[in-house]
Design a protein around this ligand. Sequence first.
Ligand code: AMP
Length: 422
Amino acid sequence: MTFEDLKLNPAILRALKDQNYIAPTDIQQKSIPLLLNREDVLGSAQTGTGKTAAFAIPIIQLMTEDQQKQNGKRKINALIITPTRELAIQIGESFKAYGKYTNLKNTVIFGGVSQGAQTRVLRSGVDILVATPGRLLDLMNQGFISLRDVKYFVLDEADRMLDMGFINDINKILAKLPREKQSLFFSATMPKNILDLSNKILVNPKKVAVNPVSSTADTIQQQLYTTNQKDKNDLLLHILDNPELEQVLLFSRTKHGADRIVRNLQKKKIKSAAIHGNKSQNQRQKALKEFKAGNLRVLVATDIAARGIDIDKLRYVINYDIPNEPETYVHRIGRCGRAGEEGVSISISEPEHNAFIEDIEKLIKQKIKLVSNNPFPQTEKPMTHMEKKNWEKEKQRKKQEFFANRNKKRGSDKPGFRRNKR
Ligand code: AMP
């Protein structure tokens, strides 16, 4: 199938040529015809599948058709909400790229930076708004944004959104949207709470699913090192002794862990930086730019901060911690070996994470290759699988309790109180 087969207008086809897109991806082939037919869509797809273009292209096409009938000041006709600043920026860039030969104007708003530049653009009028929930509500409450004219609504990465505690914000945003609209809902995973939320938004949705999250690309070679907790840093340095690892995206479960890893690497003169929710927007953008330019060898990221970052030709991903949700592992290693390129994922498991490896192997239906040539082998005993599960459950309960108490204390109406942190 070609983009021409999807009956896209010449302005969009020309822009796609500029992007060197040759053929639509699976999710694009499935979603674009439905969306052009003005259906609501429930999409199960993760970053890296081309899902942004799957919704951006038909929205641009429908809006250009609408535009011919409209005149007067631009109004926000399309709203895309997404959990992180990085994703918001990337979606904004996609709209700009695919719509470059149309007369549509888009802007992106997110927290963590001053609002002046954002409100100036909003005042001048935009057709498409890409936003993170906190800043959107904040500017709505201040009267800079009205959602009265929204005809196309996209909720992107819904699972992350709930994970980050945005449910109240989303409900408030939904309450301000017009009843008549076309809605799209994307999530990498579809547990019950996500389906319940989608039912609130979508009307008779058509379902599209691609690359179930349990599948890992065959082009990614997966390796596993088991070690003791105290030896992880030395093992990492040993792994990085291999000069083939020219550039590495390294995942850490926590912000503090990420900072600690960077400090340890810098001590050994390995150029590295961390991106996570405690870093300012500018710091994150700078780190990403430096990494893309090849000036950093290791970019250390938490899962949420890494969502949506798109690094061409990345070959190596290191899991310094093993994620407790097996789907997260699939997301992480999907960052390398994109678009058919070869990739290598290297996972480091301390005793307490061994059980997570078992969960991951069950999900991906394959064994991760254990590296035997390991100078720091695991000698300590892990908790049993059951002990681990209970420990995780308790941690999850405490996290939810923390969010509930925090939201109660701060008052959920207070604008902008919640920032995208992790
Ligand atoms: P996404 O899943 O939206 O984050 O997209 C992942 C990457 O795929 C981005 O770098 C897009 O620019 C790229 N992409 C999206 N659609 C296509 C396509 N049809 N052909 C080639 N690359 C694409």
